[in-house]
Design a protein around this ligand. Structure first.
Ligand code: C2E
Ligand code: CA
Ligand code: CA
Ligand code: CA
Length: 271
């Protein structure tokens, strides 16, 4: 048995491997993290190319672990999904993002990532309704980002939820576009407001002609479907120039700004 910092005991089977032990420890900590206020939202600007202005911020979740410091979502979100914590956590994210955005200038939107698992839970739509009501944020200033995997779990209830969300007046963006198995057919299944071009295409924009061709096609596809396009993971001026030439609506990436804590953000917005 190993004593943790609060004096409770965790028993490990001798055969349990190190990786599994680490995961169990993280699970135990994760279950307490929400109540202990250890989550934070960082915000990364989305820049409209034609207006040359910030038009929104994407909320990116961070866990400030008391011993390990800042942990990125790639490490804990899959665990939260596995152990049934993603819905309460996702609800907190939606509420916090709406509350934060409510004090920003009126023309700036907030984008929130949703896990496919949240769509299997009944309370998603009502948690959005509650967050909008409590914060006073206009629904058109909230954008929900979903990945193709949401549509992969098929079914009518997923699409019904998306239509209910859209019915509230919130915007729906298709994230990581181009990385799934049948991206094009998903564009037919729901009228998204925005397509986010996956960073894997942007990364090799300058070195690979095929990536450039793909990005051009996606922006034209978006245009003809009435959907705006946002390129993510823009790190260099050269990438930005190519994306502008391709007719992309918005860009997002380290070239413009890294995700910032709300404290830094409010400071930069001049509050
Ligand atoms: P994503 O939605 O595709 O978010 C973009 C990721 O790329 C973020 O990583 C962001 O920090 C990073 N990024 C932004 N600009 C650049 C760039 O120029 N270069 C590179 N290399 N990376 C860049 P992050 O914050 O670690 O988030 C990872 C993923 O975790 C997100 O991918 C999203 O799928 C998920 N995630 C984040 N926050 C939430 C949340 O609140 N709920 C859910 N369900 N998932 C979240
Ligand atoms: Ca996203
Ligand atoms: Ca993405
Ligand atoms: Ca991603």
């Amino acid at each position: 048995a190993k004593s943790d910092r609060r004096g409770t005991f965790r028993f490990f089977e001798p055969a349990m491997d190190v990786q599994l032990q680490a995961r169990r420890v993280l699970e135990v900590d994760l279950r307490k993290a929400l109540a202990q206020g250890e989550f934070e939202l960082f915000y990364q600007p989305q820049v409209n190319i034609a207006q040359n202005e910030i038009t929104g911020f994407e909320a990116l979740l961070r866990w400030r672990h008391p011993e390990r410091g800042l942990i990125s979502p790639g490490e804990f979100i899959p665990i939260a999904e596995d152990i049934g914590l993603i819905s309460p956590l996702g609800e907190w994210v939606i509420a916090q993002a709406c509350a934060d955005a409510a004090i920003w200038p009126r023309d700036i939107k907030v984008a929130v990532n949703l896990s496919p698992v949240q769509f299997r839970n009944k309370g998603l739509v009502s948690s959005v309704v509650t967050a909008l009501a409590n914060s006073g944020l206009g629904p058109d200033r909230l954008e929900l980002e979903i990945t193709e995997s949401v549509l992969l779990q098929d079914n009518e209830s997923t699409l019904a939820i998306l239509h209910q969300l859209r019915g509230l007046g919130v915007r729906i963006a298709l994230d990581d576009f181009g990385t799934g198995y049948s991206s094009l057919s998903y564009l037919r299944s729901f009228p998204f407001d925005k397509i986010k071009i996956d960073q894997s295409f942007v990364r090799e924009l300058s070195s690979r002609a095929d990536c450039l061709a793909i990005v051009h096609s996606i922006t034209r596809l978006g245009e003809s479907l009435g959907m705006s396009t946002t390129a993510e993971g823009v790190e260099t001026e050269d990438q930005f120039i190519q994306l502008r030439a391709a007719g992309c609506t918005e860009v997002q990436g380290y070239y413009f700004a890294r995700p910032k804590s709300i404290r830094e953000l409010v400071f930069s917005l001049g509050h």
